[in-house]
Design a protein around this ligand. Structure first.
Ligand code: RTP
Ligand code: MG
Length: 147
């Protein structure tokens, strides 16, 4: 089954959006298989966003993502990597449609509430970066056959 890594960023945690975000993915029909509230170290933050190293916004991105706790999650479901990105909206909330998480709750590109893996390779890398095997559960929900 497809899995992705999603993370409520420090602004989402401060704005009490953890429940709303979990609810959206649950109601869509996806299954939560791991979650934890953590404070990122600079090392993990730099590793997470290593593809952006050298860009003008890299330093402020690392500073922001380590500025408070984040809520890290692994979700599973058919086609979830692409679908979660659609549910999140575009990188810049001003380009995001209403109905998406960033479109409904975001205003500024630097505080866009949620992170989601952008490819199967990123999902695999990010899940490993944040979770050990024994922090993830493997189970099927009865309701899954209706979705
Ligand atoms: P994320 O990795 O956080 O899920 O966001 P994303 O894929 O939609 O966007 P990405 O290109 O990976 O950029 C990572 C984060 O960097 C910040 N950013 N700022 N000032 C800028 O022009 C700019 N561009 C990107 C955003 O906060 C973005 O989420
Ligand atoms: Mg990205």
């Amino acid at each position: 089954m497809d899995k992705t890594f999603l993370m409520v960023k420090p602004d989402g945690v401060q704005r009490n959006l953890i429940g709303e975000i979990i609810s959206r993915f649950e109601l869509k029909g996806y299954t939560l298989v791991g979650a934890k509230l953590i404070q990122l170290t600079e090392e993990t933050a730099r590793s997470h966003y290593e593809e952006h190293e050298g860009k003008a916004f890299f330093h402020s991105l690392v500073e922001f993502i380590t500025s408070g706790p984040v809520f890290a999650m692994v979700w599973q479901g058919e086609g979830i990597i692409t679908e979660a990105r659609k549910m999140m909206g575009k990188t810049n909330p001003t380009d995001s449609s209403p109905g998406t998480i960033r479109g409904d709750f975001g205003v500024n590109v630097s505080r866009n509430i949620i992170h989601g893996s952008d490819s199967p390779e990123s999902a695999q890398r990010e899940i490993k970066l944040y979770f050990t095997e024994d922090e993830l559960v493997s189970y099927e929900k009865e309701i899954a056959k209706w979705i």
